[in-house]
Design a protein around this ligand. Sequence first.
Ligand code: HEC
Length: 133
Amino acid sequence: MRRIMLGLLLVGGVACGPPVKNTPIEEIPKLTKLSDVMDNQATVMDPLFKKIGQSQFTDDDWAALTAGATKIQATSLKIKDFSKGAEFDALAMKLNQAATDLSNSYASKDATAANAALTTMKATCKECHKKFR
Ligand code: HEC
């Protein structure tokens, strides 16, 4: 039964977007492929990007937002190991700054600030993909 459920999960993962990757934060610096870094980013951020526009966040949302911010702070630094030049690095650091803004929004549970940070993050993913992917 476990096997079947795992199989279904794997098939589902392939069908609905990038592979699910949940590398622990302390292991992020050891990743050897940019695509693995990216899959980690999509795994944590895609569900959070769906929350853009919410005027309030639940405690569970805030926990997920904070975990996402912490993850992206690590992955965005790692992106620079795969540098494609100054503009690429600047986009990685823009993502890093937005992740810090998202993290800071939690202190005062500022939904407006969280939305702004999420919107910037999503736009930065897109901008870099357009230019460098
Ligand atoms: C600094 C540039 C940059 C930023 C910022 C960036 N990406 Fe990427 N991304 C890339 C590049 C380059 C590739 C292609 C990597 C490859 O195929 O080796 C890629 C590929 C991907 C992939 C496909 C990975 C695969 O399995 O082949 C996903 C998913 C992804 N990015 C998600 C994201 C998300 C989500 C964000 C924002 C949170 C983001 N990226 C931000 C540059 C960026």
